[in-house]
Every structure is written in structure tokens, then in C-alpha cells.
Design a protein around this ligand. Structure first.
Ligand SMILES: [Zn+2]
Length: 263
């Protein structure tokens, strides 16, 4: 029990109370041990995890205490485990004449939308091994999210970002259910904003498919597929990238973002 104490004080409790979390924790103890003292925990409205060099941050809505919280912790820890394994981290970058400027919020949101579109389906599909009821749980969560998403205004400037959000939700539920649905047959593609994003979403889904990104992806050795996928997304949608191989970070650059607002 010593290991988790240094990760977060509540994780011991989650391991004792929820067998699903305990199994997840045991199976990933090698990487979780390496994350000791390298995760900062915060509270924020939406669960989130980020990477800062060799350190990570995880935001949770509150101190984790129940079964649903244990799944959210396992999900956020999985992001850190994947990055720790060498999976690429997508980061916004704005350099003006070699001087670093704070990236715009739209570029930050876009990076997080692309990151989540790629990693969330992988992580949830993997977590299904431990949390067998994940499909019904995620279906409910996404139903609520998509109801909220349909209240937002989608325009040329944010179409790509919203398409990524819908594709992430679509792939997560498709991989969890194991069905063969295409985007058009998905119930939420018939929602107001689902219809607006459909052409761009289909383009992204085809790109992911061409890169070999599918539910049979092997979490222990698919880093190259994800690097290729991020680079292909950048190329197809006209973003400039800079790559830093150690640790594997792909910077999505601000200058190209402004030029390619109309996708
Ligand atoms: Zn996630």
C-alpha cells in the first residue's frame, strides 16, 4: 500500500473498496511506481491530466471516494502511464521570431480535443478489462455531454475542434460496444451539431483508419501508430508541427493554425 500513498492519499482507499481499481492498479504498478512524486493533484470542474516535462498534473472535481471516481482516476492515470511509456504528448506552441508566446486558448483547446479524440477511446477500451460496465456508464456520460455540445455554436473557426470531440465520443462508444457502426448510423450524428460536423468527422475517421488506429491497437506497443496519426492529422489539416523525440512531444504551432482556420 506504500506505493499509492505517494501518488494520492485517497488511492489506497479506492484499492481496498473497489476490486476494479485494485486490479487496474496492480497490473500497472510498474509504471505507477515510476510516477511516484511526479504527479500534482488539483481540483477543477472537468477531470483532466497534463504533462510538463517529466512531471504530470491531474485535475479531479473532488477527492475521489466512490466507484465512479475510481474509474475517473484510473482514466487520468492511464493518460500519464501512456505518456510515461513513450506515447507522444501534443502541445500548443506559439513562437514569434524564436521568442515563446503564450499559445491562444483556441490552440490549447484544439490540442486537447485532438489528444482526447485519440487517447480516450484507447484508454476506455483498455479499462473495460477492469470495469465491465463501462459501455453503459460512458454512454450516459456522453449522452449528457452531447446534449451540452448541441447548445454550442459551431462555425468555420471551431469546426475541426468540435469534429474531434464528436469523433472521440463516437469511437469510444463504438469500441466499447464492439459494434460496426459508421458515423452516419450513430444516433448522435443525427443531433443538431452532429449533422454539422459529419463531413469533417468522416474525414478524420477515415484518416485514423488509414493510420491503423482501431480497437485492436496494442497499448504496450503502438506508440509509432499514434505518432504517425498525430503527424497525419497535422498534415491533412495544414498545421505546422515541431517534434521533440525525447520525451516524445509534438508541438502544434500557432502560425499555421491562424492560416488554416477555414477547413
Ligand atoms: Zn481522457
Amino acid at each position: 500500500m506504500k506505493t499509492s500513498e505517494s501518488l494520492h492519499p485517497d488511492l489506497d482507499k479506492l484499492q481496498i473498496e473497489f476490486n476494479e481499481f485494485s486490479q487496474f492498479y496492480k497490473h500497472h504498478s510498474f509504471h505507477l511506481d515510476k510516477l511516484k512524486n511526479r504527479i500534482s493533484w488539483y481540483k477543477c470542474p472537468d477531470p483532466y491530466s497534463g504533462k510538463h516535462g517529466n512531471f504530470y498534473s491531474i485535475c479531479l472535481t473532488d477527492n475521489p471516494s466512490n466507484y465512479d471516481d475510481s474509474h475517473i482516476v484510473a482514466h487520468e492515470l492511464s493518460h500519464c502511464i501512456l505518456w510515461e511509456m513513450g506515447y507522444p504528448y501534443l502541445e500548443p506552441r506559439n513562437m514569434v521570431q524564436d521568442v515563446y508566446q503564450t499559445p491562444s486558448n483556441s490552440l490549447k483547446n484544439l490540442c486537447s480535443a485532438i489528444t482526447n479524440m485519440v487517447y480516450n477511446p484507447m484508454i476506455e477500451h483498455h479499462l473495460k478489462k477492469y470495469y465491465s460496465d463501462l459501455y453503459s456508464k460512458d454512454k450516459e456520460t456522453y449522452k449528457n455531454s452531447i446534449n451540452q455540445w448541441n447548445l454550442k455554436t459551431i462555425n468555420d473557426d471551431n469546426l475541426f475542434e468540435w469534429s474531434c470531440l464528436f469523433v472521440g465520443a463516437f469511437l469510444t462508444l463504438k469500441w466499447l460496444s464492439g459494434d460496426n457502426n459508421n458515423f452516419e448510423n450513430w444516433e448522435y450524428s443525427k443531433s443538431e451539431n452532429g449533422k454539422i460536423v459529419a463531413p469533417c468527422a468522416n474525414k478524420i475517421i477515415k484518416l485514423l483508419d488509414d493510420c491503423g488506429f482501431n480497437s485492436s491497437i496494442n497499448i504496450a506497443k503502438s506508440q509509432d501508430i499514434i505518432v504517425t496519426t498525430f503527424l497525419k492529422i497535422a498534415q491533412t489539416f495544414d498545421f505546422t508541427v515541431q517534434c521533440n523525440p525525447r520525451p516524445q512531444t509534438i508541438f502544434l504551432c500557432e502560425n499555421s493554425f491562424k492560416e488554416s482556420e477555414h477547413l
